[in-house]
Design a protein around this ligand. Structure first.
Ligand code: MG
Length: 442
């Protein structure tokens, strides 16, 4: 037997073993499909969890998911503010494609176009029960609500928790169930606990069919609050209390899945929509609203004992645009072929220790302005024509995660190459996209 045949036989046996242990690919033996719980926090920074080095905020439940699952160290959001980040997450496409490039509020009359397909819609068409618990932020008028865009059930605030005039000292934002306002202004102290309870209720109600819960906490976005039993608990002040309450909720959800016998068959993901406003980006430069790493690199942890081996730390670049294609594939569906999908399936990174994917350009927008481009270790800030960044700056993220030493003079050919990649990408996009500039995100 030649070495080649031996190798082929070996590979066949490895693939067969992987398929047999895979709850989706071995669907005939395991009739249940994977459930998904996607937990997205609002403005939680890269340095705000203990498993990402926070010295003051204690998050044992998320840490446990990371220890028994996979933790990404180089996970980016496609925009450093709420609306475009969420548009990208839910469609797998840069927000410029759906037009949702600015932060929406109660005065806006626009929202997610009918033509977009959300993860909710894609999974619903595959027989999933779908819920959005928490913040939507893709339009609050009836035709834009989650109930019209793929979610069977909705409970939450349709935009940020600081929006609306103040009433009795509170922002006058509505809490909705389905398409009805059930509380206004929303009482925010107990919001995280109520979102957790709603998530658990939905899981229990739908335990006999595949489900997708998108739990989008409004915390720890300003104004931060926590209920009395969580106040004063954290060394990180009220902000830390709010994050620790979210972490408590993660533990409650995991316990529920365990009790229902669904733990091995449910993929739980935990992330944030953008970098911190009030919290910490750890050692990274910048914050929310900026395309420096502090604004765009966010925690991402995934846990599913039936799918993900324990203790993977993934240093490969991945992004929140990848969640759409990954979940659709894991659910056994097909990606839409009538539109560009910017994300890609990262199942391999989730499930195989040490795996990598070919490098792929990633583009950082603020509104319609493409402000940076990254390929592999190189990230080029394209310049904003203002005092903050008057000329392009090049960083080697492998050696310089803090983006502190501009290498553009040393590597002019890399600058040229990345600029060309940026120009080609922008020229293929819908009108309005441009390179550089510093538009306000509202
Ligand atoms: Mg946010």
């Amino acid at each position: 037997m030649s070495a080649l045949i031996t190798r082929r036989a070996f590979l066949r046996s490895v693939v067969a073993a992987a398929v047999a242990g895979h709850p989706v690919l071995a669907a005939d033996r395991h009739p249940r499909r994977l459930n998904f719980v996607l937990i997205n926090c609002d403005d939680l920074g890269y340095g705000d969890l203990s498993c990402y080095g926070s010295p003051t905020i204690h998050t044992p439940n998320v840490d446990s998911l990371a220890a028994k699952g996979v933790r990404f160290t180089d996970f980016d959001t496609c925009a450093p503010v709420c609306t475009p980040s969420r548009a990208g997450l839910l469609t797998g496409r840069y927000a410029i494609r759906s037009g949702l490039t600015r932060i929406l509020g109660p005065v806006n009359t626009t929202g997610i176009p009918e033509s977009e397909q959300t993860i909710g819609e894609a999974l619903k068409s595959l027989g999933y029960a779908t819920a959005l618990i928490g913040k939507w932020h893709l339009g609050h008028l009836p035709q834009f609500l989650p109930t019209r865009h793929g979610f069977d059930y909705y409970y939450g605030i349709p935009y940020s928790n600081n929006m609306g005039d103040r009433v009795d000292g509170r922002p006058n934002c509505p809490l909705m169930r389905g398409e009805q306002i059930i509380e206004q202004p929303a009482i925010q102290e107990t919001l995280t606990e109520r979102y957790t309870a709603e998530t658990i209720g939905f899981i229990k109600q739908n335990k006999d069919k595949p489900f997708f819960v998108y739990l989008a906490h409004n915390m720890p976005h300003n104004p931060v609050s926590a209920s009395e039993r969580f106040r004063g608990r954290s060394k990180g002040g009220l902000y830390g209390d709010a994050v620790e309450c979210i972490d408590w909720g993660v533990g409650q959800i995991v316990n529920t899945l365990r009790e229902l016998g669904l733990e091995r068959n449910t993929l739980i993901m935990f992330t944030s929509d953008n970098g911190p406003n009030l919290g910490s980006a750890g050692i990274l430069r910048g914050k929310k609203g900026q395309v420096f790493e502090g604004g765009v690199r966010v925690p991402f942890v995934a846990y599913c004992p039936g799918l993900i081996p324990a203790g993977i730390v993934c240093h490969q670049p991945a992004t929140n645009l990848d969640i759409f294609p990954t979940l659709i594939r894991l659910a056994g569906g097909k990606l839409p072929s009538d539109r560009p999908i910017d994300g890609r399936d990262i199942t391999k990174l989730l499930t195989v220790p040490g795996a990598s994917l070919p490098s792929k350009p990633f583009f950082y927008f603020v509104t319609n302005a493409l402000q940076a481009v990254r390929v592999g270790k190189w990230k080029l800030h394209l310049g904003r024509e203002d005092r903050l960044l008057p000329k392009p700056e090049l960083y080697n993220l492998q050696l310089d995660i803090r983006e502190s030493v501009d290498r553009s003079d040393e590597y002019p050919h890399i600058v040229t190459e990345l600029k060309q990649i940026a120009q080609r990408f922008v020229s293929d996009l819908p009108g309005g996209a441009h390179i550089g500039g510093s538009d306000a995100p509202f």
